[in-house]
Design a binder for this molecule. Sequence first.
Ligand code: HGY
Ligand code: MN
Ligand code: MN
Length: 410
Amino acid sequence: MQVDIDRLMGELETLSAFSDVPAPAVSRVVFSPHDMQARAWLKGLCKEAGLTVREDAIGNLFARWEGTEAGASPVGTGSHTDAIPYSGRYDGTVGVLGGLEAIRTLQRAGVKLRRPLELLMFTSEEPTRWGIGCLGSRLLAGAISLEKVAGLRDGEKQSVEEVRSRVGFAGDLAKTKLPENYYSAFVELHIEQGPLLEAEKIAIGVVKAIAAPSSLRIKLDGEGGHAGAVLMPVRHDALCAAAEITLLVENAARNSGGADSVGTTGVLRVHPGAINSIPSKCELEIDIRDIVLERRDAMVAKVKAGTEEICARRGVKFTIEMINADPPCTCDPAIVSAAIAASEAIGVKPKVMVSRAYHDSLFMSRLCPTGMIFIPCLKGVSHRPDEYSSPEEIRRGVEVLARTMATLAT
Ligand code: HGY
Ligand code: MN
Ligand code: MN
């Protein structure tokens, strides 16, 4: 089984150039011109490989290699190609182009599989545009209501409906939901986005569970005014309240009692944003996760209660919107075993581990037995331009994916 790693590295390089920012950074926001160009290019590659390509109403891409048994439910693989601003070229793309190369590798090896293999590229795995992650896979799994989708607005107040139809996806969103067990299994290849595999010098990670993500939006409404004229005792400074809340988020995660708790205030918008004008409004977007659902929920509760206390003390009005609060998922034991066996077949004893990042697999696990395969990334870095996995690490990941899918599709 020979992975064509030179071709794959070239394709990863080509894909990284569909970006709003210069290399080595990558920015590719869903449905942006660069995203649409990348999609067209990817569809061309899939057709070149003889796959049957279709897209659903939200732009999820499906590229199928038929099996020998007509009507057998496929084994799926795939990931995302959208990229958050100023990120790297491997997050998600290794699972899409690596998934395609795994299929091509099996084709070249002359393998005949009972089940079809289907490569997926999920729309909007990143929350960048509409504030919620995994929009495409949530719709496939029926894990988001059409009302919630209709209410989403991007930074220019545009709805999903407006943008998706403008770029050519006009079908009925209700039809994106896939029936249970449409897939017999789903396996995603992804960089670890953490330091453990590299630190422990282990070439492959097999994921047993994916952490529980949540995100919330807090809007603060204080009192603006002249930075020189309004004295401190009478101020209701929205940014000072936001600063306390930001530290509250950090404190809730640091003191949760668990090593896997994380809390991040990744977005802060300040109005009016002038040096000599007291901030009257602020908007924070907060990301809180843990592997243990109860601990995650306890952190969210602490942030909500703390926000109420801070705003009461500062005379600032607030609203809190829960954007998402998803349960963790457990990967399917049969897929975990198949991925371990595939790793051992290439002489690697894999590390069975938890994913702290969320992935489309979190939602695919609601549709069918699901698993993930990780490869190391340099210093565990991700969501940064210096994100890196070596050709050998990627090659091994693709070979393990190919072997795992061959086992599941037999
Ligand atoms: O944020 C995440 O975990 C994923 O990279 N979107
Ligand atoms: Mn990401
Ligand atoms: Mn990703």
